[in-house]
Design a protein around this ligand. Structure first.
Ligand SMILES: CC(=O)N[C@H]1[C@@H](OP(=O)(O)OP(=O)(O)OC[C@H]2O[C@@H](n3ccc(=O)[nH]c3=O)[C@H](O)[C@@H]2O)O[C@H](CO)[C@@H](O)[C@@H]1O[C@H](C)C(=O)N[C@@H](C)C(=O)N[C@H](CCC(=O)O)C(=O)O
Ligand SMILES: Nc1ncnc2c1ncn2[C@@H]1O[C@H](COP(=O)(O)OP(=O)(O)OP(=O)(O)O)[C@@H](O)[C@H]1O
Ligand SMILES: N[C@H](CCC[C@H](N)C(=O)O)C(=O)O
Ligand SMILES: [Mg+2]
Length: 487
């Protein structure tokens, strides 16, 4: 691409050296340089990309994008205040602004992003659309899943994924938008048509510091809708969460509200929670509609309302949207009943925040007849303040197994001590090794009991130090149940 055209849309502090005629490739990784590349230096948490600039030039980089002046021979150095954000804008231009050419839906919030995004993706397919999906589970393009390191990928990968979705003929792309992604500029250059908010509760305070900062980070998605009212965009907000009022004020576009407790455009009443699904009455501007869906739990009623509101707001007929919701299956690893040949019910879930734990436990309360055994852990080297609160919420279960969920470089003891401090009763065990912990949870169960294995969801690994070891809560539970209950 013509390099002058590429650079004339970002705010540049200085240019040292001659810009080449054209740029053949953009990368933020010195190991991926090809001759003619633009190398973007990103100051990371592990290393500083600026330290690889010299090596990048040796490998053929034609331009270096930097946050500080660099003395380099053989390549032009363009200095900008924030390379991560500039990368998003440049990549969007390089790939021809793909997000403007398909229908982009962004979902943010503490809990429910993967669920709402996954539901929307599946519902769009039911509605005859071609949808791509990106988030915690990976990048799903035409049913093929490409793993990703982050819920919201870096700015370059993000633009590349949108471009691939466009080239594959997708009409829609649903994207999970994390607060890290928003703050670190990973979404720069993405033009969203619909921005959805699920909720804001305690998580990630190691990164954001306070709930106030965390909330402001989420708000960036709504301000990112822009101010151009000739465009057809919208926000979808949960009125039962007080942050929605602030987010509504951050955008001039129409706001579609949903919720249970407050006045909302999309409401649910007569909710019945069962082991195999949930029914409720939808009250919305087009009338009242009975709904029977396969997803479990009160929290999924919220997620369903968000998905319905977004699709109706986009112009899909309500009857077809409801039929689509009723047809879809639970999102992988989100309150998903494991098909286990044993007289106990095992649910695989991804709850790893205090609020999600409360909601996951509430999801089974209406059909619980025996005991509830709840297993939960936390990650190492992340928000420690949430640990005792998670255990406090887990205490509602009859028996709790406290364990680890990606301990990284932290000791089992340190994680378990923080968790145990929040327990409200004595019916619990602390077992750092997650495999042993899952086996213990199953051993405790008697016929008729419910077991919720929280935190791993779709994941098939456990991170210890910086290595991912294969791990499947479901497989371990299946084998242990076979040992305990098998004939
Ligand atoms: C703390 C954090 O966000 N880290 C992200 C960051 O890694 P990092 O800062 O360690 O990167 P780095 O290794 O220091 O590299 C810095 C730069 O040097 C470059 N480099 C590096 C080595 C080399 O030889 N040459 C070179 O050019 C790298 O390509 C990079 O551009 O950049 C990586 C690439 O984009 C991310 O994968 C990584 O996310 C890690 C895995 C992570 O765990 N992030 C979490 C905190 C996160 O972002 N979570 C959110 C929310 C999750 C949720 O709630 O669902 C998410 O969106 O995932
Ligand atoms: N709307 C909701 N409100 C509260 N809890 C929810 C909601 N939706 C899902 N949960 C709970 O949170 C867990 C994680 O859900 P999900 O993966 O959809 O959230 P997420 O926002 O994508 O999380 P992450 O930040 O890890 O990507 C679920 O397994 C469930 O226990
Ligand atoms: N997707 C989330 C969940 C990770 C939960 C747990 N495994 C942890 O490490 O804290 C994240 O990246 O923050
Ligand atoms: Mg997610």
């Amino acid at each position: 691409m013509d390099s002058k055209q590429l650079f004339n849309h970002i705010s540049i502090s200085s240019i040292k050296g001659e810009l080449p005629e054209s740029i053949s490739h953009i990368t933020m990784d010195s190991r991926e340089i090809v001759p003619g590349s633009l190398f973007v230096c990103i100051k990371g948490y592990t290393v500083d990309g600026h330290d690889f600039a010299e090596q990048a030039v040796k490998q053929g980089a034609a331009v270096i994008l930097s946050e500080k002046p660099l003395n380099l021979e053989g390549a032009a150095v363009v200095t900008v205040p924030d390379t991560s954000r500039a990368l998003g804008i440049l990549a969007a231009r390089f790939y021809g602004h793909p997000s403007k050419r398909l229908n982009m839906i962004g979902v943010t919030g503490t809990n429910g992003k993967t669920s709402v995004a996954g539901m929307l993706h599946a519902m769009l397919m039911e509605l005859g659309k071609t949808s791509a999906l990106t988030g915690t589970i990976g990048f799903n393009l035409n049913g093929e899943l490409h793993p990703s390191a982050n819920t919201t990928s870096d700015a370059l990968t993000t633009q590349q994924m949108i471009c691939r979705a466009l080239e594959a003929g997708s009409s829609h792309m649903t994207m999970e938008v994390s607060s890290h992604g928003l703050v670190l500029g990973r979404l720069a250059g993405v033009e969203f048509d619909t921005a959805i908010f699920t909720n804001l509760t305690h998580d990630h305070l190691d990164f954001h510091g306070t709930m106030e900062e965390y909330g402001h980070a989420k708000g960036l998605l709504f301000s990112q809708l822009g101010q151009d009212l000739t465009q057809n965009k919208r926000a979808v907000l949960n009125v039962d969460d007080e942050w929605s009022e602030k987010f509504a004020a951050m955008t001039p576009f129409p706001v579609y509200t949903y919720g249970l407790e407050n006045d909302a455009m999309f409401r649910a009443t007569d909710i019945r929670l069962e082991a195999k699904g949930t029914s409720f009455t939808l009250q919305c501007p087009s009338g009242d509609f009975p709904i029977q869906m396969k997803l479990l739990g009160h929290f999924n009623v919220y997620n369903a309302l968000a998905a319905i509101a977004a699709l109706v707001a986009e112009g899909h007929p309500i009857e077809r949207v409801i039929a689509a919701l009723e047809a879809i299956s639970p999102v992988e690893g989100r309150m998903q009943m494991a098909e286990i040949d044993a007289p106990v019910s095992v649910f695989i879930d991804y709850a790893h925040t205090p609020d999600a734990i409360e909601k996951a436990i509430a999801a089974v309360e209406d059909f619980k007849t025996g005991r509830l055994i709840f297993l939960v852990g936390t990650g190492g080297n992340r928000d420690k303040t949430k640990r005792p609160i998670m255990a406090e919420k887990a205490s509602v279960a009859d028996y709790v197994v406290l364990t680890t969920d990606d301990p990284r470089y932290e000791s089992y003891d340190s994680i378990l001590t923080d968790l145990a401090a929040g327990m409200q009763h004595e019916q619990y065990a602390c077992i750092g090794d997650r495999e042993e912990a899952v086996r213990h949870a199953v051993q405790q169960a008697e016929a008729g009991d419910i077991i919720i294995l929280a935190g791993k969801g779709h994941e098939d690994y456990q991170i210890i130090e910086n290595t991912k070891y294969p791990h499947s809560d479901k497989e371990i539970a299946e084998n242990e149940a076979q040992r305990k209950f098998g004939s």
